[in-house]
Design a binder for this molecule. Structure first.
Ligand code: I3P
Length: 126
């Protein structure tokens, strides 16, 4: 069954599917591995779920993302020369973890760029 935002933790700002690859860990470059991923933007975090259709088996007791990043102090930009794929977003956490997020839909990528940037900006102002 489809997932609904109301099934997710409280401060969810946005959820949806993007292609994702991590490109650096603590400043060390990684080999790309593009994977369809379900993203949830909530609070100060961007969470990644393996299931590209949404986190299955969610229960009030807990819904563990595969990984999660703290957006405080992060930077976001368009990936430009970091990928041959169109509409790729690049972001980097304070700890030097870097990711690319990509959709063939320019509108979807733009919405995610705007939403993540909004959270980063809000955290910068705190
Ligand atoms: C990579 C794969 C990626 C590509 C990457 C390649 O090869 O084709 O899709 O990134 O390019 O190295 P492999 O499968 O052998 O790991 P993009 O799709 O983002 O262009 P890159 O090395 O220029 O980053």
């Amino acid at each position: 069954s489809p997932i609904h935002l109301s099934d997710l933790p409280h401060e969810v700002e946005k959820a949806g599917q993007m292609n994702k690859t991590k490109i650096a860990e603590g400043g060390r470059k990684l080999r790309k591995s593009w994977t369809p991923t379900w993203l949830v933007l909530a609070g100060n975090s961007l969470m990644f779920y393996k299931d590209p259709k949404g986190p299955a088996g969610w229960s009030p007791a807990g819904n563990r993302p595969e990984s999660s990043v703290d957006l405080r102090g992060a930077r976001i930009d368009w990936a430009r020369d970091l990928s041959s794929k169109r509409n790729a977003i690049h972001f980097r956490t304070v700890t030097g973890n870097e990711y690319l997020l990509q959709s063939d839909s320019e509108a979807i990528s733009r919405d995610w760029h705007r939403a993540i940037k909004g959270v980063i900006r809000r955290l910068d102002e705190e």
